[in-house]
Ligand binder design. Structure first.
Ligand code: PGA
Length: 254
């Protein structure tokens, strides 16, 4: 099955609302009309409202970096899936390793968010990945397996088309160290095998598996050429329109 590349920018806790307007406008003018590669920008919550009007007429989609698993109520500081939908958000990053490490998110709590996202017509970008210690002790595939089985528990087969996975080795995030093309492909192929075991061959072959962790214009082509790498989740390099758009172009083949 042919899968359309997805290049998603994870801005993390960067960019004021007005800085976001400038950056999105620049990205829009560079890649906002191309349709070969799907493009998604995930700014902070505070920039979503202004950003949604900017991408309305373009092919650039909007994503959030987190959300609550609860629909509404007494959850101070939280943002619900419905609130994101209201701002024309289509994707939501869930289970990023920074959320796991600094905010105590577990496979179980992330699973509740993943299920809440699809119930509300948001496409989850579910992040998985091993730490350096886990890689060095040969636990990578075991960690990935647990993250997939627990994080995707009870995920409805009818929603597999809306599921995106992001393999982000923790040791590669923001460090300048990237997994080699072979390392990325090995884990991506394993993720697809697990998805096949859970959802069956046809459904699993349509799921996009992104690579994340110091992806930049210089290494994007090699990573994206791997058969099971279907795009990228880009942190640092997404804060500059030219470098982000060069990665989109690497996916498009320009
Ligand atoms: P990086 O971040 O590209 O800066 O390594 C990726 C991510 O955390 O999603």
């Amino acid at each position: 099955m042919s899968r359309k590349y997805l290049i998603a920018g994870n801005w993390k806790m960067n960019m004021s609302a007005s800085e976001s307007v400038d950056l999105i406008s620049e990205i829009n003018s560079l890649v906002g009309q191309q349709i070969h590669t799907q493009v998604c920008i995930c700014p902070p919550f505070t920039s979503l409202q202004k950003s949604s009007s900017l991408v309305e007429q373009s092919e650039v989609h909007l994503g959030a970096q987190n959300m609550s698993s609860e629909p509404s109520g007494a959850f101070t500081g939280e943002i619900s899936a419905g609130m994101l939908r209201d701002l024309y958000v289509t994707f939501v990053i869930l289970g990023h390793s920074e959320r796991r490490e600094y905010f105590g998110e577990s496979n179980q709590s992330i699973n509740r968010k993943v299920l809440a996202a699809v119930e509300n017509n948001l496409k989850p970008i579910y992040c998985i990945g091993e730490t350096l210690e886990e890689r060095e002790s040969d636990q990578t595939l075991a960690v990935i397996k647990t993250q997939i089985y627990e994080g995707l528990a009870n995920y409805p087969l009818s929603e597999v088309d809306n599921l995106v996975l992001a393999y982000e080795p923790v040791w590669a995030i923001g460090t300048g160290k990237t997994a080699t093309n072979e390392m990325a492909q090995e884990v991506h192929a394993y993720v697809r095998k697990l998805l096949t075991d859970i959802f069956g061959d046809t459904a699993a072959s349509g799921v996009r598996i992104l690579y994340g962790g110091s992806m930049k214009p210089e290494n994007a082509k090699g990573l994206l050429a791997q058969p099971d790498v279907d795009g990228g989740l880009i942190g640092g390099a997404s804060l500059n329109a030219r470098s982000f758009c060069s990665i989109v172009e690497a996916a498009t083949g320009d």
